[in-house]
Design a protein around this ligand. Structure first.
Ligand SMILES: O=c1ccn([C@H]2C[C@H](O)[C@@H](CO)O2)c(=O)[nH]1
Ligand SMILES: [Zn+2]
Length: 146
């Protein structure tokens, strides 16, 4: 694993500690690598009205955008699992991948930056790398409106 990838995956695992997930007890963290080398993180943010929940990936992307950094995103890491006693996520043997809604949110970024963004999905043994085009083939994006 290259240094920047392992650092990004580690940042996603660390971000999962900040999950607010009292309903599912499933902690997810996301980490975005910027072209400056900086990392922006997010964690899932649940709601008593369950369907209002914001996923870690979407939180991180909205955070980067709010800071004027969305167009600097070059890679994404996601990590999650059931909450452990110490507040961390128990990363399972199989990686979790972004939900459908997050794939659509990532698509907006990917099209904006014109990069088929790599998504590093953490598992206990490391991570799997998927390009957004694999996760969301034939996706609807900004170009579809033209
Ligand atoms: O990629 C994912 C998958 C799930 N979740 C969150 C949503 C919910 O809070 C919890 C269980 O689905 O995990 C994410 O944040 N990202
Ligand atoms: Zn999601």
């Amino acid at each position: 694993m290259s240094d920047s990838k392992s650092k990004l995956v580690a940042a996603a695992i660390e971000a999962a500690r900040n999950a607010y997930a009292p309903y599912s007890n499933f902690h997810v963290g996301a980490a975005l690598l910027l072209d400056t080398g900086d990392i922006v993180t997010g964690a899932n943010f649940e709601n008593a009205s369950y369907g209002m929940t914001l996923c870690a990936e979407t939180v991180a992307i909205a955070k980067a955008n709010s800071d004027g950094q969305m167009r600097r995103i070059v890679a994404i890491a996601v990590a999650g699992g059931p909450r452990a006693a110490d507040g961390s996520a128990q990363i399972g043997a199989d990686a979790i991948t972004p939900c459908g809604r997050c794939r659509q949110v990532i698509k907006e970024v990917a099209d904006e930056v014109a990069i088929d963004l790599p998504v590093y999905c953490a598992h206990a043994g490391g991570h799997d790398t998927h390009l957004l085009s694999e996760l969301l083939p034939f996706g609807f994006g900004p170009a579809s409106l033209k």
